[in-house]
Design a binder for this molecule. Structure first.
Ligand code: ADP
Length: 335
């Protein structure tokens, strides 16, 4: 029987369990055995492994987190680590490894591929949606749903008090969560890493926008979505500055790791299921060093290296709509 390995690595993402389940069910379907390594690459180095059968994973897809645990493993960057991992995989008779994780985990997989002859398949598991070549990553839909839910709740209280709120969301290098949740919740403004590169936020410009919105619409709430790490000290510091320097009452709200928990959305469970099965089928096809992805509803395979060296841009139409049509202070182009 062919034996494959699987692990979850780096930041956990809702739907990782659904992906793991799909890998195990597909492997059994095709007559393979699955060995899971606990705690990501750390478990691969420490030989912390458990066999997984369908009975172990049947009812895990409704939970976020990962039943085989995830971890960061800084020493995996060393050559000796990759060699040790390769030896461990070989002595267990494993011929292919499925890595469920984000760009860091895929860099690790690529590093391992330099020292191991087995097949390596990536499954995109990250809330950030920042992997090239796939329309969505596992966990992104859930993170957006959670952020939207929080923004709706903030809106209720913000509206009652005609107040300004800054809601900090995850995605320090990619604004996908920020953009989609801002649109889904009708936020007045968003500060995303991609936009910051072109035109970094100044507090004066923000105050001007808040005041213009009030002039145009009358008093009301103003909710801003801020991706983490886009302002020194984040939402807390920015709201304090607004109050102290401009006498503008403002409240911060940090969503943090709440964005990674709770039941995964149907989209994430189904995406994870499809990609997990796809990963096993790519193994059967003899593929290696690719990520299982989805493009316009089709299963695709993306060279692992492309997933972090190339970038998916933010959706240009969503940006246009947010900035030009939904922005309360943009003048109409038609009179
Ligand atoms: P994510 O997969 O969520 O992006 P990290 O960036 O923390 O998470 O990466 C997860 C793990 O992948 C790291 O702790 C490390 O073990 C491994 N890794 C990341 N980058 C490299 C690299 N350049 N070489 C080898 N291993 C790496």
């Amino acid at each position: 029987k062919q034996r494959i390995g699987v692990l979850t690595s780096g930041g956990d993402a809702p739907g990782m369990n659904a992906a793991l389940r799909a890998v195990v069910l597909a492997a059994e379907h095709y007559g393979m055995e699955v060995m899971a390594f606990r705690h990501g690459y750390e478990g691969l180095l420490n030989n912390e492994h458990v066999p997984l059968k369908s009975a172990d994973v049947l009812h895990v897809l409704q939970y976020s987190g990962t039943i085989i645990k995830s971890a960061r493993c800084p020493r995996f960057k060393e050559v000796e680590s990759a060699q040790l991992a390769a030896n461990n995989l070989d002595s267990l008779g494993i011929s292919a490894l499925v890595v469920i994780g984000g760009d860091g985990s895929f860099r690790g997989a690529h590093h391992l591929s330099q020292y191991w002859k087995g097949q390596i398949i990536g499954v995109p598991g990250t809330i950030d949606n920042d992997l090239y070549g796939t329309d969505a990553t596992i966990g992104y839909s859930t993170a957006v749903a959670i952020a939207m839910d929080a923004l709706d709740k903030i809106r209720d209280t913000a509206d009652a008090m005609d107040r300004v709120f800054i809601v900090e969301v995850m995605g320090r290098h990619a604004g996908f969560i920020g953009l989609k949740s801002a649109m889904a919740a009708g936020a007045e403004r968003m500060i995303l890493p991609e936009l910051q590169k072109d035109k970094p936020l100044t507090i004066a410009a923000l105050v001007k926008h808040i005041k213009r919105v009030e002039e145009v619409r009358g008093a009301g709430s103003y909710v801003m979505v801020l991706s983490e790490h886009q302002w020194p000290g984040g939402a807390v510091a920015l709201s304090e500055q607004l109050e102290a320097e401009y006498n503008m009452p403002c409240r911060p709200c940090l969503l943090g790791h709440i964005q990674r928990g709770g039941p995964p959305t149907p989209s994430d469970r189904v995406l994870a299921s499809e990609l997990g099965v796809h990963a096993v089928e790519l193994i059967l096809q003899g593929k290696t060093e690719v990520m299982a992805g989805i493009k316009a509803g089709e299963m695709v395979e993306v060279p692992l290296v492309d997933t972090w060296t190339k970038k998916n841009p933010l959706d240009a139409n969503l940006l246009r709509i947010q900035h030009e049509i939904f922005n309360p202070v943009k003048k109409s182009t038609r009179s």
